[in-house]
Write a protein that binds this ligand. Structure first.
Ligand code: HEM
Length: 215
């Protein structure tokens, strides 16, 4: 890989955090799903035994939350709404058919990724709050039975929604060729950046020119 022709998109710490969090998320999601129907029970083998799954599921859930807090701090600035985002929504047909002939003024993350970012952050917060309410034997005794019932309902609903959101996120990551490589190696090609995040690309170039100074 010739790094001169590539652009650093995601630094090492953020990538390591993302992929470690993905491993924890898979274990938490599979063990969580295992309690929905008896026919799903086998999924809790992800933690070895059903007893271990019951004990470790909440701790791994907290690990996912903490990793997402770190990613939130690192990425929130790039996921705030901007006036240029309107262009992406009004030209969704061009986004879906991958027509990059005219610029869409997309920043580091596109408005779809921004919505997903806030969806993930909102749902993980709900999962943590409802998870604490239903966490036996530590916190659940502090709450009344009706509150625990509401906690269980919210937790199940938020968990299923997050799993669906993540499936969509992973599908789109594979759909946009070059994204996965960016999240694995950290680097994307200049062409990829120009095509998918044109405004971010222009901003990076302007920064590089400024750093080089006048010739
Ligand atoms: C196998 C599953 C997954 C794959 C293949 C995947 C892939 C990716 C890729 C390629 C990016 C970089 C996108 C870009 O540079 O434009 C990314 C970013 C991100 N991913 Fe994942 N991911 C997966 C699972 C997850 C999970 C489980 C979560 C959290 C619950 C998550 C949260 C995020 C966040 C917060 C970002 C930053 C996006 C932003 O700031 O808008 N990912 N992911």
């Amino acid at each position: 890989m010739n790094k001169d022709k590539m652009i650093l998109r995601t630094p090492f710490l953020e990538r390591a955090c993302h992929w470690l969090m993905v491993l924890c998320f898979i274990a938490v999601a599979l063990s969580g799903l295992s309690w929905f129907f008896p026919s799903f029970n086998g999924l809790n083998a992800v933690f070895g035994t059903p007893q271990l799954a019951r004990i470790l599921h909440p701790f791994f859930g907290v690990a996912v939350f903490l990793a997402l807090v770190f990613l939130f701090i690192r990425f929130v600035n790039y996921n705030l709404p901007e006036p240029e985002d309107k262009q992406w929504f009004t030209h969704l047909d061009r986004v879906i058919s991958a027509r990059h002939d005219k610029p869409l003024h997309i920043g580091k993350y596109n408005p779809g990724q921004k919505l997903l970012f806030w969806g993930i952050m909102g749902l993980i917060s709900l999962l943590l709050l409802s998870g604490v309410v239903i966490w036996r034997p530590y916190f659940a005794p502090l709450f009344s039975i009706p509150v625990i019932r509401v906690g269980l309902f919210v937790h199940a609903l938020a968990g299923l929604s997050l799993i669906l959101l993540v499936i969509g996120h992973a599908y789109l990551a594979f759909w946009v060729k070059g994204s996965i490589r960016g999240m694995v190696t950290g680097y994307v090609t200049r062409n990829w950046a120009k095509q998918h995040h044109d405004r971010w690309y222009r901003q990076l170039n302007a920064k590089q020119r400024k750093a080089r100074g006048p010739k």
